[in-house]
Design a protein around this ligand. Structure first.
Ligand SMILES: Nc1nc2c(c(=O)[nH]1)N[C@H]1C(S)=C(S)[C@@H](COP(=O)(O)O)O[C@H]1N2
Ligand SMILES: [Mo]
Length: 348
């Protein structure tokens, strides 16, 4: 039941008389959730690239298909792509380099064409094992031919109903399901079929495969947040496996260092290729340490853990690995492990 408070205010009327006004203020507001929407608005979608975004002109942009193709064809114009059968799909993107809990991860509805439809026009020679994407900012990356031929691998020109914004790859970027951002190139100007290719980030110690790892991020509370004892607090966040384990089955939360877990509610989801958003209404205890505490306000530290279980039964590991390459010559494969939040329960 919602409790409401009625506050009596006085205000001056235009005639200068004092009139009583009754204002209704809700003490229990809708809980703050983070992320708060399944789809990230374009303005809030994370942005990451090696330099400045390339600014391309749709009228002059061309994308050449080269290398081990069967039938040469003139460079592709944007109108050639928009004339092809389109696909609209929800996809989450996530960066391989993020430490757990600081995820650059966002989700959008995209529109474009299947890469394989384009490759079928040019034909693929038997020696072609990878598809190399060269981009206007100097970035380049390759994906295996099997991945390129997946039905879900798209070249997109729209994001949340708008032309792809400059920062996100205008006019064309790749969406490569199951793979971190590195394998989702923006501002593509050349698609080349090749036998092998060493990509920009591989040369710098990052995983050439770049499969997204099963991970959960806690959005609320934030690190160091003070939570009122004896209230209901909504712990919330996102979980994502990019479909690599069949999607997210459940998310659990622990406030006792992992001794006991409570299942969170998944309140928004779509395809396994997009994140799920979860929340858990925590009845925050009064706490013995709090009542005995001598400090004012009385406070007791609390650690919040969250973990996901995938549809194939895989449970997220507590102890993980860092995102970055760990030794010289090593590979950064994307961070794993629990995201934990250090917060405090306070009693006034
Ligand atoms: N052309 C180009 N594409 C790129 C990159 C880049 O530096 N240049 N960075 C990649 C990385 S590391 C990530 S995480 C995603 C980020 O995509 P976004 O900026 O649309 O969120 O773009 C990928 N595609
Ligand atoms: Mo990234």
């Amino acid at each position: 039941m919602k409790r409401r408070t009625f506050i009596k205010l006085s205000a001056m009327s235009t005639a200068g008389m004092v009139l009583p006004i009754q204002l209704e203020a809700q003490t229990e507001k809708a809980p703050l959730l983070k992320p708060s929407t399944l789809i990230t608005p374009n303005a809030d979608f994370y942005i990451l690239q090696i330099g400045d975004p390339a600014v391309l002109d749709a009228a002059t942009w061309r994308m050449a298909l080269t290398g081990l193709i069967e039938k040469p064809m003139p460079p592709v114009r944007l109108a050639d792509l928009t004339a092809m059968e389109s696909v609209t799909a929800m996809r989450t993107l996530k960066c391989i380099g993020d430490p757990i809990g600081t995820e650059q991860m966002s989700n959008a509805m995209w529109k474009g064409v299947r890469l394989r439809d384009l490759l079928q026009k040019t034909g693929v020679k038997a020696e072609a094992k990878v598809v190399v994407f060269r981009c206007a900012d100097g970035y380049h990356t390759a994906i295996p031919m099997e991945d390129a031929m997946r039905e879900e691998t798209l070249l997109v020109y729209e994001m949340n109903g708008e032309p792809l914004p400059t920062e996100h790859g205008f006019p064309i970027r790749l969406l490569n399901p199951g793979h971190y951002g590195t394998k989702n190139p923006k501002w593509i100007v050349n698609i080349q079929l090749a036998a092998a290719h060493e990509s920009y980030w591989e040369k710098r110690g990052w995983d050439p495969v770049a499969n997204v790892k099963l991970a959960t991020v806690i959005g609320t509370p934030s690190e160091g947040e003070e939570i009122r004892a004896g209230t209901t607090y909504t712990v919330s966040g996102a979980a994502f496996d990019a479909g690599n384990h069949g999607g997210i089955k459940k998310v659990e939360v622990s406030v006792d260092y992992g001794q006991t877990w409570t299942e969170a509610e998944i309140w928004a989801k779509d395809t396994p290729l997009a994140w799920v958003l979860w929340k858990w209404n925590w009845q925050v205890p009064q706490g013995t340490a709090i009542s005995n505490s001598q400090t004012t306000p009385k406070r007791e530290p609390v650690e919040i853990y969250a973990r996901a279980t995938a549809n194939n039964g895989v449970v997220q590991d507590e102890i993980g690995i860092e995102a970055e390459p760990q030794e010289p010559g090593g590979r950064g494969v994307g961070a794993t492990g629990y995201h934990t939040i250090d917060a405090a329960i306070v009693a006034l």
